[in-house]
Design a protein around this ligand. Sequence first.
Ligand SMILES: NC(=O)C1=CN([C@@H]2O[C@H](COP(=O)(O)OP(=O)(O)OC[C@H]3O[C@@H](n4cnc5c(N)ncnc54)[C@H](O)[C@@H]3O)[C@@H](O)[C@H]2O)C=CC1
Ligand SMILES: O=C(O)[C@H]1O[C@H](OP(=O)(O)OP(=O)(O)OC[C@H]2O[C@@H](n3ccc(=O)[nH]c3=O)[C@H](O)[C@@H]2O)[C@H](O)[C@@H](O)[C@@H]1O
Length: 429
Amino acid sequence: MNVSIVGSGYVGTTVAACLADLGHTVTNVEIDEDIVEAINAGEAPIHESGLAERIAAHAGTTLRATTNYEDVRETDVTFLCLPTPQSDDGSLDLAIMQAGAESLGRALAEKDDDHLVVVKSTVLPGTTEDVVGPILEAESGTEIGDGLELAMNPEFLRMGTAVEDFLEPDKVVFGTASDEAPATLRELYAPILERDDTDLVETDIREAELIKYANNAFLASKVSLVNELGNIAREYDADAYEVLEAVGLDDRISDRFMRSGLGWGGSCFPKDVNALRAGAREQGYDPELLDAVVAVNDEQPRRLVELLAAHVDLEGARIAVLGLSFKPGTDDIRKSRALDVIDHLTDRGAVVVAFDPVAIENVRPDYPDIEYADSAAGALEGADGAVVATDWPAFDDLSFEGMARSVVVDGRRIDVDEDALEVYEGLTW
Ligand SMILES: NC(=O)C1=CN([C@@H]2O[C@H](COP(=O)(O)OP(=O)(O)OC[C@H]3O[C@@H](n4cnc5c(N)ncnc54)[C@H](O)[C@@H]3O)[C@@H](O)[C@H]2O)C=CC1
Ligand SMILES: O=C(O)[C@H]1O[C@H](OP(=O)(O)OP(=O)(O)OC[C@H]2O[C@@H](n3ccc(=O)[nH]c3=O)[C@H](O)[C@@H]2O)[C@H](O)[C@@H](O)[C@@H]1O
């Protein structure tokens, strides 16, 4: 099938490369010329395992990128993979989606054949039909249902394992409002749907939109609940990891997303939980539980720094921060809990020396006044204390030798030889 993908970030680039791998012909429409150039040169514009080789294999044949929206006319289906960030008040900001829909609609005005537009971005219920649809109709001069079809197909991939998650998902969700769209989507996803482990959910557009938010809200809530239980466990001098490992043996609960500590960050959970809270309020419902989920998450970095302050006078102290990315396996620092830890430390007068295997250059512009080290050992050298903010595997079994005082507060439960340290505190154990 001939497919166009608007927006070539984490989702758009991954989906494009994977669809090309499944045998489709794919055009990425992207406003960033550097990204377009990279893809056309056969290079991955972002770091994701398995992505570079797929782009290299298909670029120039069945995969190409362009800044020209008119190229969508050569395709049968367009996926919108544009950012849906949060506004200052936490609500969903649709400005980029609206601009993208306008450009797409204008390009489709000159197309005679039928076209299917699929929203893949995370959007609140009603956005596809009440915002994107009317813009497409107005700009293209074609009515939905009469040459133009709409569908919603949320994406559940995680950063760091994006390719694997897209090609081997637990579920695929199609939200449609016509008879033709499901058949087209089934054909497009055929090899993925043929897997025994992939469930297909076919539903209406509103449900598909909400499934995505409910999914993220559930996972973020699970981690906040695990953190609250971890905080309580610590008060009782109990080990939350042992407790929750046992709890996770219950099939109804599962052992995944059970790691307590510094909390959840990233470009998705924070903005999506906030958009759902703001959207719920707009609909007249007060989402008290989701408010608490965010409140618990926001407290964990402060709690970590309090634990350290119980052992080290932070004013003027040299503190190593190990890990900056919002989780291991990525250089993404958006809403990383590590940044909150750094803010609390510097507010209390500490001298921060940070290390991360890949994310330092993303942090430096916003934090030019802290120190950065080339290695974990370099960050620890002469430090009066250390905090673990990201569970990079490379931090397991680290030697904390060289610290002025080996006081370590761990927010992520890495493997540590506690007996070799003066003080070792786990945030929730
Ligand atoms: N990053 C992730 O792991 C996941 C993200 N999502 C959702 O997918 C959507 C996209 O997210 P990401 O790929 O992370 O965003 P991103 O920010 O990585 O990429 C978006 C791309 O769109 C481009 N763009 C902006 N305006 C444009 C326009 N008018 N025309 C063409 N291109 C334009 C940007 O230059 C950028 O390359 C969001 O709604 C997000 O919530 C869903 C599942 C996973
Ligand atoms: O909507 C999205 O964009 C994506 O958001 C998350 O994916 P991602 O943000 O890449 O990362 P996760 O692996 O879910 O981790 C999110 C945060 O939760 C934290 N976490 C996760 C699991 C856990 O047990 N404990 C924990 O603190 C991580 O450290 C990280 O900060 C979801 O897992 C994806 O399914 C979804 O598609």
